[in-house]
Design a protein around this ligand. Sequence first.
Ligand code: SF4
Length: 242
Amino acid sequence: MDELRRRRYLQALGIEVWESRAKGMAATPLTDDRVTGRAPSVDFVASRLPPPASRPVPQDWAGLQAAVAGCRKCRLCETRTNTVFGVGPSHAPLMVVGEGPGADEDARGEPFVGRAGKLLDEMLKAIGRSRKTDTYIANVVKCRPPGNREPAADEAEACRAYLEQQLRLVKPKLIVALGRVAAQRLLVTDTPIGRMRGQRYSWGPDATPLMVTYHPAYLLRSPGDKAKSWEDLKRIHRYLSE
Ligand code: SF4
């Protein structure tokens, strides 16, 4: 990954890029090892899938999208403006899974279109990817939880079959869970996100590799963890480039 991309990403995150006073020498908050990357120690941990969702869902994209658009399986249908299905190429090598729609997403019917969405686009751009070309983006729940609260367990469970079918249809090379809620739902665990980062998990019967990183909305609120997301992005980029 080149210097320009690294700088663009750090600037998008609001991380100051320092220049050394010595001519020709650049110093940044990240050391060379962390920027250019020694191979991280990666553990493979097979995730257990929960039992299949009780009601079958359509197996094809059009049917699945129509089912979500008319879905009333949980209370979130009562307050939504639009369902937010997902966006991106139908066979993208990278599939990113977030938590649920916010106000902007609910209004437009597309995931990650607010401030956090802009940051996600910058994060993807930093590793040469985008929702237009090679990244599919979806959420754990397809309808906005009121007041931007977390989806409740029963809401996420009601919506699970839709996400699982999206994952089966896309068949990505890598799944990236954005934030604690997505990671814990996909991996059926209550492990804190800080302990899940830096590991490589697997999802589903085909053992699709899965990595965990912070949600962009969290990064906007928590500047102290911004540099760590850059480490995660480098791992993602390395894996996808293999
Ligand atoms: S969140 Fe999912 S399960 Fe609940 S109403 Fe929306 S589409 Fe249906």
